[in-house]
Design a protein around this ligand. Structure first.
Ligand SMILES: Nc1ncnc2c1ncn2[C@@H]1O[C@H](COP(=O)(O)OP(=O)(O)O)[C@@H](O)[C@H]1O
Ligand SMILES: [Mg+2]
Length: 259
C-alpha cells in the first residue's frame, strides 16, 4: 500500500426522485489498499458502486480514477480503464463450465469477441489466461464442471474469476460473501486478500456485516442514509462513538437475529 490516491469521489450525489440515495460522498481510496464500505441495507452502498463503475450517472459530483475524470463514462469504458465490478447477485452463465465462463470473460476484453478463431495465437493467449485465472481463484479441479453444479461458495469464486479475467487494477466487490455459509466466509476473504497482494490490486468491498471486513480492511467508510457517517482505520471505526450508537448497535442485533 502507498499514499497514491487511485480513486477519489468529490461530493458524489445520486437522487432517485425525492430520495437521496448517495448524498455528497467524498472519499479517497489509496492504491493497493483494501477499502471497505459498510452500512446497513439501504445505506446507498450499491448505488455508490454503480456510480463508480458507470452503471448509472450521478446527479452531481465527480469520480476521479488515476487522476482522470471518469464521472460520465459508461461501464464498458471503465472496464477498459481497469475497473472490475461485481454485482450483489451472481452473474455467471449456469449452463457453461467454469472454464467456458472464464474464457468468455477473457475474450470479452479482447476487442475481437467473435473473431478469435481467425488468430490462433490470440486464441492461445485466452486459453493461457483462462487457465491462470482458474488457478488464481482455486477452481482448477472444477474447471470442467458446469457452473450451476458448483456449490455456492465456488460460484462466488467463479464470479471473482470473471471479474479478474481482464486483470483490473481496481476491484469493486459488492457483498462477495452474500448467501455464503458463515464458515466459508473467511476462506473467500483470504482469497480476496491473496489476489490483492499478489497482483498489487486495489479492492473496494461493500459489506453490511462489519465483522467480515474488520480484520482485512486498511480503511473503512461507514455509510448511513446515503451519507458518510465515519471513515478511518478499522480500530478507529470500532472505537467511534457515533458509529457505535447510530449503526453498530443495530447491526449487531441484525447479525445475532440472523443466526
Ligand atoms: N434504481 C433505483 N430507483 C429508485 N430507488 C433506488 C434505486 N436503486 C436504489 N434505490 C434506493 O436507494 C437507496 C439505497 O439503495 P442501495 O444503494 O441499494 O443500498 P445498499 O446497497 O446500501 O443496501 C434505497 O432506499 C433504495 O431503495
Ligand atoms: Mg447493496
Amino acid at each position: 500500500m502507498d499514499d497514491t490516491i487511485l480513486l477519489e469521489t468529490q461530493s458524489l450525489r445520486k437522487e432517485f426522485g425525492a430520495l437521496i440515495a448517495v448524498d455528497n460522498v467524498s472519499i479517497r481510496v489509496r492504491a493497493n489498499s483494501l477499502h471497505s464500505i459498510i452500512g446497513p441495507n439501504g445505506a446507498g452502498k450499491t448505488t455508490f458502486f454503480n456510480l463508480l463503475s458507470g452503471n448509472i450517472e450521478p446527479t452531481s459530483g465527480r469520480v476521479i480514477f488515476k487522476g482522470r475524470d471518469i464521472t460520465h463514462l459508461p461501464v464498458h469504458r471503465t472496464i477498459h480503464l481497469g475497473i472490475g465490478r461485481s454485482f450483489q447477485i451472481t452473474n455467471i452463465f449456469p449452463n457453461l463450465t467454469v472454464f467456458e465462463n472464464i474464457r468468455l470473460a477473457c475474450q470479452a476484453m479482447g476487442h475481437d469477441n467473435f473473431r478469435f478463431w481467425q488468430d490462433a495465437s490470440r486464441f492461445k493467449k485466452y486459453i493461457a489466461r483462462t487457465t491462470e485465472v482458474i488457478e488464481l481463484v482455486g477452481l482448477t479441479s472444477r474447471a470442467m464442471t458446469l457452473a450451476r453444479a458448483l456449490p455456492h461458495g465456488d460460484q462466488r469464486k467463479l464470479e471473482l474469476g470473471m471479474i479478474l479475467a481482464p486483470d483490473p487494477e481496481l476491484l469493486l466487490l459488492d457483498e462477495p460473501t452474500a448467501g455464503m455459509a458463515s464458515e466459508q466466509v473467511p476462506e473467500l476473504m483470504a482469497l480476496i486478500q491473496r489476489i490483492r497482494l499478489a497482483g498489487n490490486k486495489t479492492v473496494m468491498l461493500v459489506e453490511h456485516n462489519m465483522n467480515v471486513v474488520m480484520n482485512v480492511s486498511d480503511a473503512i467508510t461507514v455509510m448511513h442514509q446515503g451519507q458518510v457517517l465515519a471513515e478511518g482505520a478499522p480500530a478507529e471505526i470500532a472505537a467511534n462513538k457515533e458509529v457505535q450508537t447510530a449503526y453498530l448497535g443495530g447491526l449487531y442485533r441484525t447479525v445475532i437475529s440472523n443466526q
